[in-house]
Design a protein around this ligand. Structure first.
Ligand SMILES: Nc1nc2c(ncn2[C@@H]2O[C@H](COP(=O)(O)OP(=O)(O)O)[C@@H](O)[C@H]2O)c(=O)[nH]1
Ligand SMILES: [Mg+2]
Ligand SMILES: [Zn+2]
Length: 307
């Protein structure tokens, strides 16, 4: 029998069989996939084979993954967690306020998606909370991301705005929802399919921090061909193992201009004849992206030192 892992709790897994039935299965010993590093744990999104012995189901094989996404347990930690596998689309859900926009998180996630070649889009939720000035700011921000190469949507789950568009985008796909807690991932899921009833947290106005209500990534069936993976409220999101020199390759706007740099290995920091840095400095590309690049570069450098 073949199935799709929809939830992983460590030793037990919820598996969706091809006929739509959900069963509990156990993993049998150590399983390896061909393209795994330290990520040979069964994860949400894995396509697996199942043996049935009496009442028991055990996972006997993981199919090779098309892709997978991991995160560091904490920013500077070496320990990695695999979040999900076989993702068709990554949606980073965020807000301008309640909670306040965390640029770092957005770009960090975009870098990760880029590194794994997973198409990514940004969804700005809670537009109902924005005044005219903030709406104008969001418009500029979305234009900046579009210029770089990332599409985005502005939605309001509360006001039912833009939900159809998200339904369209996620149809016939396995989509990963990511974003800090409190931005409305579970609310959006429930709106897309009211049968799901994912737990919605309360964001207290005083600290603007969402509560931590989801612990494990879980895949929800929207319809028999569309699935959405809700991820735990990630506070920090460490970069995957990569060389600091590699980071520039995951900023598509840098790749676009880098062929005009004097040096082939230009990191666009302080090298002479760099064609990329002036694009940001002279405002043809958004400077916040460059600042986030430098920040992430320093972080990767620091990680190397700790080795
Ligand atoms: N004003 C407003 N609040 C929203 C919207 N969407 C979700 N919320 C609220 O934001 C809080 C956190 O939502 P939740 O779905 O649990 O966020 P998650 O942590 O990302 O899953 C809840 O109180 C929701 O009611 C929205 O579009 N507008
Ligand atoms: Mg949630
Ligand atoms: Zn350069």
């Amino acid at each position: 029998m073949k199935g799709l892992v929809v939830k992983s709790t460590g030793s037990w897994y919820k598996v969706r069989l091809n006929d739509g039935k959900i069963i509990d299965a156990r993993s049998r010993g150590k399983l390896r996939t061909a393209n795994s590093r330290n990520t040979n744990h069964i994860t949400v999104g894995d396509l697996i084979e199942i043996d049935e012995t009496g009442e028991d189901f055990s996972i006997s094989k993981i199919q090779d993954r098309k892709n997978y996404i991991i995160r560091k347990s904490t920013k500077l930690s070496k320990e990695t967690h695999i979040i999900a596998a076989n993702i068709d689309l990554a949606i980073i859900v965020t807000t301008l306020k309640e909670p306040k926009l965390k640029f770092g998180f957005v770009d960090r996630f975009l870098v990760t998606a880029q590194a794994y070649q997973i198409p990514a889009i940004i969804v700005f939720n809670k537009t109902d909370l924005l005044n005219d000035k903030e709406k104008a700011y969001l418009k500029d921000l979305r234009a900046a991301y579009r210029e770089i190469g990332y599409e985005s949507e502005a939605i309001s789950v509360s006001n039912n705005e833009g939900i159809n568009k998200i339904q369209e985008l996620t149809q016939d796909k396995i989509t990963l929802f990511s974003g800090t807690s409190g931005v409305g991932k579970s609310s959006l899921l429930n709106k897309i399919n009211p049968d799901i009833s994912a737990k919605v947290s309360n964001v207290s106005a005083s600290n603007e921090k969402g509560q931590h209500t989801t612990t494990f990534a879980e895949m929800h069936e929207i319809n028999p061909t569309s699935f959405i993976i809700d991820t735990p409220g990630l506070k920090s999101f460490g970069l995957i193992d990569m060389e600091p020199e590699e980071l520039k390759d995951y900023f598509p706007e840098m790749v676009r201009f880098s062929e005009n740099c004097k040096f082939g290995n230009c990191k666009h920091l302080n090298e002479p004849g760099c064609a990329v840095k002036p694009e940001f400095e002279e405002s043809r590309l958004p400077i916040f992206r460059y600042e986030n690049y430098v920040h992430l570069y320093e972080e990767l450098k620091a990680l190397k030192k700790n080795d």
